[in-house]
Design a binder for this molecule. Structure first.
Ligand SMILES: [Mn+2]
Length: 185
């Protein structure tokens, strides 16, 4: 039994070697696994399934091929690709899991999280997270033009970089108590 877990690949057209490594990983390793779990920030950014380009299509094809070979693929949203939706999930033949999820492998319970919910001291981020995970906010955002969405994403990324630089790491990192509480679930 081999279950594979990956996260934070931040796939991006700007870094084709990571995309190549992922495709090789699917071909050489994941193809022989019992399941593949992708735990968020798979993509550097995601502004809507309708914005999928060559990179996203190539990755969808690779995952769909994996599914066709009998390897189930699960995906959990990260803080970058939280807008990855049902349309792309269907195309890539993956199952979206809620964050957190508890799975069981060989009798052992395993807690799956992306981890950003554990950064409880970072109030600015948690406020942003609450806003952007709201279905109504997401509907409104996804109804905007691609150019508007790209501009928002660039702004959010710049704001996030400024925030990470200006706030102590102890604030932006996970809170130890939140980790303890999560592990007791
Ligand atoms: Mn992340």
């Amino acid at each position: 039994m081999t279950t594979l877990f990956i996260s934070d690949l931040h796939l991006d057209t700007a870094r084709p070697q990571i995309v190549e490594q992922f495709l090789a990983f699917v071909r050489d390793e994941a193809a022989h696994a019992d399941a593949l779990y992708i735990l968020g920030d798979f993509f550097e950014a995601w502004i809507g399934d309708d914005a999928a380009g060559e990179l996203e299509n190539t990755v969808a094809d690779a995952l769909a091929a994996l599914h066709a070979q009998g390897v189930p693929v699960f995906f959990m949203h990260g803080n970058r690709d939280f807008l990855l939706g049902d349309a792309w999930a269907r195309r890539a033949r993956l199952t979206i899991l809620p964050d957190p999820s508890v799975i069981e492998i060989e009798g052992e319970r395993i807690l799956l999280m992306h981890g950003d919910t554990l950064c409880t001291d970072d109030e600015a981020y948690q406020a942003f997270r609450t806003q952007t995970r709201d279905p109504q906010w997401q509907r409104a955002f996804l109804s905007r033009t691609l150019a508007e969405r790209r501009a928002f994403a660039a702004q959010a990324r710049a704001g996030s970089q400024r925030h990470t630089r200006s706030v102590a790491e102890v604030i932006t990192d996970v809170n130890p108590d939140a980790v303890q509480t999560a592990l007791r679930m």
